[in-house]
Design a protein around this ligand. Structure first.
Ligand code: 2AM
Length: 478
């Protein structure tokens, strides 16, 4: 055991915005000696002076920062995703030695991570591209961490990451995701799933609001739901949001918040990646598009007077029935959202030969991150029971829930449609379910059309697969 007072720093962090600050405080709190560096030194000075009792050394010069670290050095970068990461890496390269490790803990695009991994590997340096989820609070108290890179690099950082991550049932919410960009990739899809979860909750809210439920009633409903199979951080905070009054107007705060949603881009990246891999992620896509439509507020306030819909909300369900049905629709849609997101992860993992373990991925999302939820345990169990599961919907546990929910789910979607309440993620989820469980989709007509105008040929239901037919279709006279 080395003398703590003389041995070098165990871990260094570059980039002292809030996430970086909280993450290094978390590392320090687990008994590691830490070093920090920020491009603007005044930020470093201020941060270190705010924590005089901590094992936290600040540096003005990057070379001094690097020299202060125990070998193999472990340097985590928490700067703005994009070119800034490359700038920092370029500066670090000449200062580091073979076997030292760089960790990028920002929200980098996985393709950037793959490139950096290649470049640094060629220089004898180790590199881990790691998703860190849980926002500022997670970073400080314990995030869910999704590291990617070679196993040898993971081993170097494993003790520190296991120490700082959230814990559920005593298990750390971190696992080696896979090589290359796998960690940042899985974090990206995690964010897409988060978009889906949030939008589904918003659609339940839209229905309650249209049906005349008060904000207090909604707070109670979400509180109750948080004690059910829907138990999750997002349901919990939704209940809390409904409880807050606006001190200025004495109305529920939610009623005075502008209905224009922002986004930082990971949802859009997920959407693009789904299209690139030809995997349906319609719930996530609906969620991303709902944010885009919400941002068209100026157009919507014109359209409200121009485009017609049903005049008055009308439903003959009593309140208890309404709540019960919306709950089923929400849970079923949520299952679809995860089924789709995990399908995309599985498909991409196979294409990239990342050797991903979907059960372990669901497991590390149980704590620390925004999508933490009780039902992730059941997802883990589903993949532990059958690692080759083709779609989460076919797992016996989830299948039963979907079968039990489908009637209420379609009644809720029908209500939204008939009453003019946009519920795009509920609807997209149900359409996915109905398409997936249908053994005769209208794609036969599609194939006929393709053969008609482009001689693309088609297979026949009464002939073996792989035999292709063409019809001499009649000529069309315009
Ligand atoms: P700053 O305090 O000097 O702006 C979030 O923006 C974090 O990323 C901040 O710590 C910021 O440092 C850092 N950052 C942004 N661009 C950077 C760059 N090109 N080089 C180094 N750090 C950068």
């Amino acid at each position: 055991m080395q003398d703590k007072s003389t041995h070098k720093n165990d871990f260094g962090l570059i980039g002292l915005a809030v996430m970086g600050q909280n993450l290094i405080l978390n590392v320090e709190s687990r008994g590691f000696k830490t070093a920090v560096y920020n491009r603007t030194y005044s930020v470093t000075e201020k941060f270190v002076s705010q924590h005089p009792d901590k094992q936290l050394q600040g540096f003005e010069e990057l070379s001094d920062f690097v020299q202060s670290l125990e070998r193999p050095r472990k340097v985590m970068i928490m700067v703005k995703a994009g070119p800034a990461v490359d700038v920092v890496i370029e500066k670090l390269i000449p200062l580091l030695e073979e076997g030292d490790l760089i960790i990028d803990g920002g929200n980098s695009l996985y393709t950037d991570t793959e490139r950096r991994s290649q470049e640094l590997g060629g220089k004898g340096l180790l590199f881990v591209g790691s998703g860190v989820s849980g926002g500022e609070e997670g970073a400080l108290k314990g995030p869910s961490i999704m590291p990617g890179g070679p196993t040898s690099s993971w081993k170097v950082v494993q003790p520190i990451f296991e120490a700082i991550s959230a814990k559920v049932d005593g298990e750390p919410c971190v696992t080696h995701i896979g090589k290359g960009g796998a960690g940042h990739y899985v974090k990206m899809i995690h964010n897409g799933i988060e978009y889906g979860d949030m939008q589904l909750i918003c659609e339940a809210y839209a229905l309650f609001k249209a049906a005349g439920f008060t904000t207090d009633e909604m707070a109670t409903i979400f509180d109750d739901w948080n004690n059910s199979e829907l138990e999750s951080y997002l349901i919990q905070i939704t209940a809390k949001i409904f409880e807050i009054q606006d001190p200025e107007t004495n109305q529920p705060l939610i009623d005075v918040i502008m209905d224009k949603a922002g986004q930082k881009g990971t949802g859009q990246w997920t959407l693009i990646n789904g299209a690139e891999n030809a995997v349906v992620i319609s719930t996530i896509n609906a969620a991303v598009e709902a944010r885009i439509l919400s941002s068209l507020k100026a157009q919507r306030v014109i359209a409200v007077n121009e485009l017609q819909g049903p005049s008055e909300f009308n439903s003959d369900w009593d309140k208890a029935t309404f709540v019960a049905k919306v709950k089923k629709a929400l849970f079923a849609s949520k299952i679809i959202s995860y089924a789709q997101g995990l399908d995309l992860i599985k498909t991409m993992g196979e294409a990239k030969q990342w050797d991903l373990n979907l059960g372990n991925i669901a497991k590390i999302w149980r704590g620390g991150c925004i999508i933490r939820a009780a039902f992730l345990n059941d997802i883990t169990k589903a993949y532990q029971g059958n690692p080759e599961l083709s779609n989460l919907m076919l797992d016996p546990y989830f299948k039963d829930i979907l079968n039990d929910s489908q009637q209420a789910w379609r009644e809720v979607v029908a209500l939204g449609v008939s009453q003019g309440i946009a519920i795009p993620a509920f609807s997209a989820s149900l359409s996915y379910y109905d398409s997936y469980r249908n053994d005769r989709l209208p794609a036969n007509l599609l194939q006929a059309q393709r053969d008609f105008f482009g001689a693309h040929t088609y297979e026949r239901t009464d002939k073996p697969a792989g035999e292709w037919f063409h019809t001499d279709w009649p000529e069309v006279i315009d």
